[in-house]
Design a protein around this ligand. Structure first.
Ligand code: 2M8
Ligand code: MG
Ligand code: MG
Length: 278
């Protein structure tokens, strides 16, 4: 079993980034050796800090909405990984486009269509801190982008379609996170989770079951790709059009909803019980 999870608004509280309500379930999963795989808009740099805090140093991660995939040693494959591990022991895949290219395209599109938005790469550190509520160090880490660019939309919503279509013609995608719109190459969280499932199968010889958890539109591809999905309650007002018996919608938001969803699938559906003592 693999657990793929969004961070902001899911495992982490949308406003405070607190995850304590999920701590008990995180350690149960760790004791059962079930990998919890962060699948997020955050950057590799943010992940390196957060994985440590969450005790997830030995699991892979999906950063920048699928633009960056990090593999710890136990997920690396002698034949399939040509590129050597970096000094921190990770092999990192970057299936998206380079962030400098994305930024240049965004500037051209903005100019050509007279659109109004601000992208993260042109914001001052203080502005990113203000918009996100992150610390100075946290905002610096969020600004260290490799394969996607967040932006704040300052134009009429009707004009978003122009941005969307022009980007698509350039092979770029636009998706909506909790605070920002995100632009990246032809990647998403669902493709990245499929890639990790295939890697697991190549290493272990069987296909794992998967649980996916997320609260926003940029999680839809992930929730569609996993066997069991959890839509975490949120108040962003965006539609989360998913149906069927493999979807569970939580009552609680954030990390409390996260625990509710994990508990739903593991205890009620997969029959976990007795061996869960804390
Ligand atoms: C951005 O991502 C979130 C994800 O939903 C958002 O759009 O609100 C990214 O810049 C990420 O790197 C950053 O940590 C996060 C902070 O809230 O915002
Ligand atoms: Mg989220
Ligand atoms: Mg996210």
């Amino acid at each position: 079993l693999l657990v793929f999870t969004d961070l902001d608004g899911s495992l982490l509280d949308h406003d405070t980034y607190n995850w304590q309500p999920a701590a008990a379930w995180l350690s149960r999963l760790e004791r059962q050796a079930i990998p919890v795989i962060p699948t997020t808009s955050k950057t590799r740099t943010e992940l390196l800090a957060l994985r440590q805090e969450l005790g997830l140093e030995h699991t892979p991660f999906i950063a920048e909405n699928g633009a960056v995939i990090g593999l710890p040693p136990s997920w690396q494959h002698a034949r399939l990984d040509r590129d050597p591990a970096s000094p921190d022991g990770l092999v990192v895949k970057t299936p998206s486009m380079d962030v400098d290219y994305i930024r240049r395209r965004l500037d051209v599109v903005r100019e050509r269509h007279g659109l109004r938005f601000r992208r993260m790469g042109e914001m001052a550190l203080a502005e990113v801190r203000e918009l996100t509520g992150l610390s100075t160090a946290g905002a610096e880490q969020a600004m260290a982008r490799e394969g996607s660019e967040p932006l704040v939309w300052e134009d009429d919503d009707a004009r978003l379609q122009a941005l969307h279509e022009t980007l698509r013609a350039d092979g770029l995608r636009l998706t909506r996170g909790g605070r920002f719109w995100h632009v990246m190459g032809a990647v998403d969280k669902g493709q990245a989770s499929d890639w990790l499932v295939a890697r697991f199968e190549a290493l272990r010889g069987y296909r794992p079951q998967t649980i996916g958890l997320g609260d926003g539109p940029n999680d839809l591809a992930l929730l569609a790709a996993t066997d069991m999905a959890v839509v975490i309650a949120a108040n962003h007002g965006q539609p989360m059009p998913l149906e069927g018996s493999r979807i569970y919608r939580t009552r609680a938001p954030g990390p409390a909803g996260w625990s509710e969803g994990v508990s739903h699938w593991l205890t009620r559906e997969l029959g976990w019980s007795g061996d869960l003592e804390d």
